[in-house]
Ligand binder design. Structure first.
Ligand code: GLC
Ligand code: GLC
Length: 811
C-alpha cells in the first residue's frame, strides 16, 4: 500500500494523506541552519548544533504523536484548522504534502479556503522562509484569521527539557512591529537571538504559551485561537512562543500571500545592545529586509532549486529502470547530503541531544557525498582528524558546534582509525588534491602536537598493527563497526552504557571485520604513500597487509564463511561451532570487498552462505541464528530481542557491502537483487509494512525472527545512504574514481540493458555510454574515449578538455 507517489519531474515525493504510518519528514537547510519538518508540519529548527543551539521545541518520546512544529492555524467562523492537518487534526477537504529537495510544500483546503505553504532555507542565510497563500475558492466573501505559531527552545535542548527550576524564570522576548525577538540568556553569556517575522502589518501577537493555549489545553485547542484574538502579551519567563495574528478578508477568487521568516542572529560581543536592555536589531533587520516580498521569496526559492539541480547533475543516469534512475539521480544523493550534514545527530529517531558527529559515521558519510561538494568534504576530513589521539585512536564522536571530541561516548572503538583512511582516500581519488595530506592537523584539538594529515593516516594504520591479539588479528577494543558487539564490557547492571563500560583495552578479543578493513584500507593507504613518493612506506604497509591476509586465512575462516570475532576467552563468534550467532554478515562483506578469498573460491563460498542463511525478502540479516538470551561476554548485541537491530535485524548499512562483494566476484544478478531489497523506491508498494519514508533508507528493518518482520526504523540518518550510493554508482554501474582517473567497469544484471551516465569528475564532464549487447554481468571488452580505444578500465585523467565522451562495450 502507498500513501503517495513519486513526482520525478519535480524531484518530489507527494504524500496524499496526513495519516502516514509514521511521520514522514524532510530536511531544510544545506550548511548551518537546519529544520526537520514532517508531513503534518511537525519538527524543529536549530543552528549548527541540534543540542547547543536549538531554536524551537519538540516533544520527546512521542514520535507518532509528532507534537510541536511550525504551525499555521486558520479560524474561519467556528472552524479551526491547519493546512498540514496537525495539531487540530480537523478533517480537511483536501490535503497534499510535497517533500522536495531542500523544501516542503503543503496544500490544505477547508470550507472553500485553500492554504498553500512553501517552506525552505535559502542558500547562504540562517533563516527559514515560509510563504503562505490563502485563496477563497468559494462564491462568498470570507473574513478569516491566520495565526502563526512557534515555541522557542531556550537554546540548550538538553537543559531545556530538564532544568525547569531555572528555565521557567529566564524566558525573554521583545516585539517591534511584526517581528518577535527571542532573547533568552542574551543578557548574559549568549550573543545570539532568534526572530520570527511576517512581511505584513499584524493585528496582534502572542509571546506567552500559557496565554496562547490557556491552562490545560494542548496545541490542538489553543484558547486564544478559539477566541479569535491574541492578547499581545510580552512573556516573562515560563514558556516563550511567537505567534502572529493576521485578519484576512478574501473576496471570491481572491488570494493573499504572506512571507514568514524565522531567523538566527549573532552579534559581536561589544555590539550586543541598542540601549540598556534592548537588543541590537541591525543584523536581524538586514536579514529580514532581504525577504520582504513574494518576489524576494520566489527568487531565493529558484536559487535553491538551481543549487540542487547543479549538485545532482554531477552524477546522472539514464537507464530503463525507473527506480534506479530516481534513487540515483535524486533521493539517494539527497540523503547523502543530509547524512553528511547531520551525521547521526538529529532525526525523528535521534534526539539531537545525544549523539554528535560520529567519527566512523562521518568518515563513511563522506563516501557518498564527496563528489557533490569536495571542499566541504575536505574541511570535514580535517575536522575529524583533529579529534584523533596521538596514538592513532579516536574519540568516537565530536560536538558539531565546538568540533571537540566528546568523551561522554568514549573512545577505543578499534575500527575508527581505519575509517579516516577510507574517507581521505575517497576524497583524493575524487579530487586528486594531495595537498590535503600535507595539511598540519592537530591531535585532540591541540595544535602544539600537530602533524601532517599523512602522518595521521600512518598512525591510524599503525594503531591496528600495534593492537593485535592472540591470533594476530586486530583487537576489537570497545567494539568495531558493530557498536553492540561489546566483547570487553561484561555489563551486569542496568543503565551501564555498553559502549563505555568495562575496559576499552581487552588483550584478547579480536575482530575479523577489522582485519578485512585493514586489508582494504591498508592497500588504499599504501597507494597514497606510493603517490606521495614514499615507496618504503608502501612496501612496509603491503607487507603488513599480507600478514593480515594470512591471519584471516588461518584463523578467520570457518570452512564455509568468515568468522566474525574472537571473544575475551578466545572463543569463536560467528562460527558453525557456536550455538547462536553462527554467521554474521559483516566479515563476509568486508573481507570480500578487500579481495580476500576472491582467488581461492572462499569469497564465493562466503557469499553463497550469506544467501543461504541470512537472506530474507526484505533484505539480508546481520546474523543467524538470533541470540535468544543475554550473553554477558557479547554485550549489547544480545540485549535486543531476536530480529531487532544488531541482533539479527536487517541492518541496511551492510547490505551494500554484500552487494559490492557480489560485484567483486562478477555476479551482477545477485548484486542487484540485494540492492533492490532495501531500495526505498522498489519497496514503496509495501509502505504499510515498511512504515518509514519510501524515499529514503532506514537504519534497520526487522529481521525474520521479529514480530514485525519487514518494519523499518531509524530512517534518514544511516550509513546506508553513503554505502548504497557507493555501491550502485561505483560498483554496479561501475563508475569508480581511482587515483589515476575514472574507472569504468559495470557489474549489472544480464537484463539491465544499456545505460548512459553523466559524471562530473575533477571538473570534467564524462558522458559515458554503456552497451551490453551480449547480456553479460561483468567485463568490458572495449573502451572508447573520445573515439580512441584504450587498454584496461581506467581513463587516465588529464583535464585538458571540459567534456569527454566514452563508449564502453561489455563482453
Ligand atoms: C549505528 C551507528 C554506527 C554503527 C552501527 C552498527 O548505525 O551509527 O556507527 O556502525 O549502528 O552498530
Ligand atoms: C546502540 C544502537 C547502535 C548504535 C549505538 C550508538 O547501541 O543499537 O545501533 O550504533 O547505540 O551509540
Amino acid at each position: 500500500m502507498k500513501y503517495g507517489f513519486f513526482d520525478d519531474n519535480n524531484k518530489e515525493y507527494v504524500i496524499t494523506t496526513p495519516k502516514t504510518p509514521l511521520p514522514w519528514i524532510n530536511y531544510l537547510g544545506c550548511t548551518d541552519f537546519f529544520t526537520l519538518i514532517s508531513n503534518t508540519c511537525g519538527g524543529y529548527t536549530f543552528y549548527k548544533d541540534a543540542k547547543l543551539l536549538r531554536m524551537t521545541r519538540y516533544r520527546y518520546n512521542d514520535t507518532t504523536l509528532d507534537t510541536n512544529g511550525k504551525y499555521f492555524y486558520i479560524k474561519d467562523g467556528d472552524t479551526i484548522w491547519n493546512p498540514g492537518w496537525q495539531p487540530t487534526k480537523t478533517e480537511l477537504d483536501s490535503y497534499e504534502c510535497r517533500h522536495g529537495i531542500g523544501y516542503s510544500k503543503f496544500t490544505g483546503a477547508k470550507n472553500d479556503i485553500e492554504a498553500a505553504l512553501v517552506t525552505f532555507v535559502p542558500i547562504g542565510d540562517p533563516v527559514e522562509l515560509t510563504k503562505v497563500t490563502l485563496t477563497n475558492k468559494g462564491n462568498a466573501k470570507k473574513d478569516i484569521q491566520l495565526f502563526s505559531y512557534v515555541e522557542w527552545c531556550l537554546w540548550n535542548a538538553d537543559d531545556d527539557m530538564k532544568n525547569y527550576q531555572r528555565n521557567l524564570s529566564i524566558g525573554e522576548v521583545e516585539v517591534v512591529d511584526s517581528t518577535i525577538y527571542h532573547k533568552t540568556e542574551y543578557r548574559e553569556r549568549r550573543n545570539h537571538y532568534a526572530v520570527y517575522s511576517v512581511n505584513a502589518k499584524i493585528d496582534a501577537f502572542e509571546t506567552s504559551r500559557d496565554e496562547f493555549r490557556g491552562a490545560y489545553n494542548g496545541p490542538d485547542k489553543p484558547a486564544a485561537v478559539i477566541a479569535g484574538k491574541l492578547n499581545s502579551t510580552i512573556a516573562s519567563g515560563w514558556y516563550p512562543i511567537a505567534s502572529h495574528q493576521l485578519n484576512v478578508s478574501l473576496n471570491p477568487g481572491e488570494s493573499k500571500t504572506f512571507v514568514f521568516a524565522l531567523g538566527y542572529v549573532e552579534n559581536a560581543e561589544d555590539d550586543k545592545w541598542e540601549k540598556p536592555g534592548v537588543i541590537n536589531k541591525k543584523k536581524a533587520d538586514a536579514l529580514l529586509a532581504k525577504y520582504q516580498t513574494t518576489e524576494d521569496f520566489d527568487k531565493a526559492f529558484d536559487g535553491l532549486c538551481k543549487y540542487w539541480n547543479e549538485l545532482l547533475s554531477k552524477f546522472h543516469i539514464a537507464s530503463k529502470d525507473e527506480h534506479v534512475n530516481r534513487m540515483v539521480n535524486i533521493w539517494n544523493q539527497y540523503q547523502c547530503m543530509v547524512t553528511f550534514n547531520m551525521s547521526r545527530s538529529a532525526s525523528y529517531y535521534e534526539t539531537g541531544i545525544g549523539r554528535g558527529m560520529g567519527f566512523r559515521d562521518s568518515c563513511q558519510d563522506l563516501l557518498g557525498f564527496v563528489h557533490l561538494i569536495p571542499d566541504r568534504a575536505r574541511e570535514r576530513i580535517i575536522d575529524i582528524a583533529s579529534t584523533q589521539f596521538q596514538d592513532g585512536s579516536a574519540y568516537h564522536q565530536y560536538q558539531p558546534l565546538t568540533k571537540k571530541g566528546n568523551s561522554d561516548i568514549g573512545s577505543g572503538f578499534n575500527d575508527d582509525p581505519l575509517w579516516l583512511i577510507a574517507g581521505t582516500s575517497a576524497y583524493i581519488r575524487e579530487t586528486g588534491d594531495t595537498s590535503i595530506l600535507e595539511e598540519m592537523v592537530p591531535y585532540d584539538n591541540d595544535m602544539s602536537v600537530a602533524t601532517t594529515l599523512m602522518e595521521h593516516l600512518k598512525r591510524s594504520f599503525n594503531y591496528i598493527v600495534n593492537h593485535k591479539g592472540p591470533h594476530d588479528l586486530p583487537l576489537i577494543g570497545r567494539a568495531d563497526w558493530n557498536d553492540c558487539l561489546n566483547l570487553n564490557c561484561f555489563s551486569e547492571h542496568p543503565g551501564e552504557s555498553f559502549q563505555c563500560f568495562g575496559p576499552s583495552e581487552g588483550p584478547v578479543a579480536e575482530s575479523v571485520f577489522i582485519a578485512g578493513m585493514f586489508v582494504k584500507y591498508g592497500r588504499e593507504y599504501a597507494a597514497l604513500a606510493k603517490l606521495m613518493g614514499d615507496t618504503a612506506e608502501e612496501a612496509r604497509v603491503l607487507a603488513e597487509v599480507d600478514k593480515m591476509i594470512a591471519a584471516i586465512e588461518k584463523d578467520g575462516w570457518d570452512g564455509e564463511w568468515f568468522v566474525r570475532a574472537y571473544d575475551a576467552y578466545s572463543q569463536k563468534i560467528g562460527s558453525k561451532e557456536c550455538e547462536e550467532g553462527q554467521i554474521y554478515i559483516e566479515p563476509q562483506g568486508m573481507c570480500v570487498m578487500a579481495g580476500v578469498g576472491v582467488d581461492d573460491g572462499n569469497a564465493k563460498k562466503a557469499l553463497d552462505s550469506v544467501k543461504e542463511k541470512l537472506d530474507t525478502k526484505y533484505g539480508v540479516m546481520i546474523l543467524q541464528p538470533a541470540y535468544t538470551r543475554y550473553h554477558l561476554e557479547l554485550g549489547e548485541i544480545t540485549s535486543y530481542p531476536p530480529g531487532y537491530k544488531e541482533n539479527a535485524g536487517i541492518f541496511c548499512h551492510n547490505n551494500p557491502w554484500i552487494s559490492i562483494a557480489e560485484t567483486c566476484i562478477g555476479r551482477g544478478d545477485r548484486a542487484f537483487e540485494v540492492y533492490k531489497k532495501t531500495c526505498p523506491s522498489y519497496i514503496e508498494d509495501i509502505s504499510e509494512i515498511h512504515r518509514t519514508e519510501p524515499y529514503v533508507y532506514s537504519q534497520m528493518v526487522a529481521g525474520a525472527d521479529a514480530k514485525f518482520h519487514g518494519e523499518a526504523k531509524n530512517s534518514w540518518l544511516t550509513g546506508t545512504a553513503a554505502w548504497t550510493f557507493t555501491n550502485i554508482s561505483q560498483y554496479i554501474l561501475g563508475i569508480y574514481p581511482t587515483l589515476e582517473g575514472l574507472s569504468v567497469n559495470p557489474c549489472t544484471p544480464a537484463e539491465f540493458g544499456d545505460f548512459n551516465v553523466t559524471r562530473v569528475y575533477r571538473g570534467v564532464t564524462y558522458n559515458i555510454e554503456i552497451k551490453n549487447p551480449n547480456k553479460v554481468q561483468k567485463g568490458v571488452a572495449s573502451l572508447l574515449v573520445d573515439g580512441k580505444e584504450i587498454q584496461g578500465n581506467i581513463i587516465p585523467f588529464d583535464g585538458s578538455k571540459d567534456t569527454v565522451n566514452v563508449i564502453a562495450t561489455m563482453r
